[in-house]
Design a protein around this ligand. Structure first.
Ligand SMILES: [Zn+2]
Length: 319
């Protein structure tokens, strides 16, 4: 099996081998997700769609150009509920949309794309939300929800290929699912793996995410396609696991000492992950540890978390 160096981190479709492809969107920051294509007769399967209709359309056009001009999509696997992995579903009205039951449920309660579009429209020119999401167009998206759901595990067949869907959430979100091709030794992890960036814990508990890392590490895998970032291998999963062990440990000490989560996020040294992007995610991640440890976790407001992350970015830019 060729080394992972074979795949450059460039925008577009990259063949992994045996009719399996990854579609990458550098730099992998907020909203810039990866997707996958597993080809097989008339049941070609997408692993996730992208954040808006234009990006998803562009991806599909690239696949038609590089794979086959009459590429029909039989199935879409949604690895989790986030819009950057599901908003393009509507472009494939005939496809069966497969997701874990928890993901399907979570999608129904997520902030609708039109609300995001209105929020962006109303935001002043300098607002951080514009910097983070201004490149995406949330207008005209009507969500297509999963049409086939499962609990914990499901096997599907794509042409000759076996695909094992393993639900490992709640971790990043409530119903995170891995798509694993055992014969080809390839795994699409959705946002259970962020390569070369801080992950972001929305749901937790972190112990579940560590278990998810162990699940992946126990499988026979050559190639890992992360939800964001370059194509990688199991070394990225090992690093991610170490990140969580470290953050959990450091945040726990500060929790026991009575420090606030926000102060702890600023105090914890993350030098060993200094090359990773999106350090602002230390804030939700430390908050997740506090939530895991508390017997009476306080409800969190996602707008507050983003405001804190914006402040973090500002402070780190200043100095
Ligand atoms: Zn994502």
């Amino acid at each position: 099996m060729p080394g992972i160096k074979k795949w450059q981190y460039t925008k577009g479709l990259h063949e992994i081998g045996n009719g399996i492809y990854a579609y990458l969107q550098p730099d992998g920051g907020w909203g810039w997700s990866n997707a996958g294509l597993i080809t097989g007769d008339d049941s070609n399967t997408l692993v996730d769609t992208l954040y808006d209709l234009q990006l998803t359309h562009e991806m599909y056009k690239t696949m038609q150009q590089q794979v086959t001009s009459h590429l029909s999509i039989g199935n879409i696997i949604n690895t989790h509920s986030d819009g950057d992995h599901t908003n393009g579903n509507q472009l494939f009205p005939e496809a069966t949309i497969i997701a874990s039951k928890s993901t399907a449920e979570e999608m129904r309660h997520a902030v609708p794309p039109q609300v995001m579009a209105d929020m962006l429209k109303k935001a002043p020119p300098q607002a951080p939300i514009r910097k983070r999401l201004g490149a995406f167009d949330f207008n005209g998206i009507s969500q297509r929800f999963p049409t086939e759901t499962f609990d914990r595990e499901k096997n599907i067949v794509v042409g000759e290929k076996q695909v094992r869907l393993l639900e490992v959430g709640p971790a990043h979100t409530l119903g995170d699912t891995l798509a694993y091709l055992p014969k080809e030794k390839v795994i699409f992890t959705g946002d259970i793996v962020f390569a070369e960036a801080h992950p972001v814990v929305w749901a937790g508990p972190i112990s579940n995410w560590i278990t998810a890392c162990n699940t992946i590490l126990a499988l026979d895998i050559d190639v890992v396609v992360p939800g964001h970032g370059p194509i990688t291998d199991l070394s990225a999963v090992e690093k991610l696991k170490n990140y969580f062990l470290y953050i959990f440990d450091e945040a726990s000490k500060r929790y026991q000492a009575g420090m606030s989560a926000l102060d702890a996020a600023y105090e914890i040294n993350y030098d060993m992950f200094a090359s990773w992007k999106n350090s602002e995610r230390m804030i939700p991640n430390v908050m997740a540890v506090y939530r895991d440890l508390s017997t009476t976790p306080e409800p969190e407001n996602v707008h507050t978390i983003f405001a804190w992350m914006d402040q973090w970015e500002q402070r780190h830019q200043e100095g």
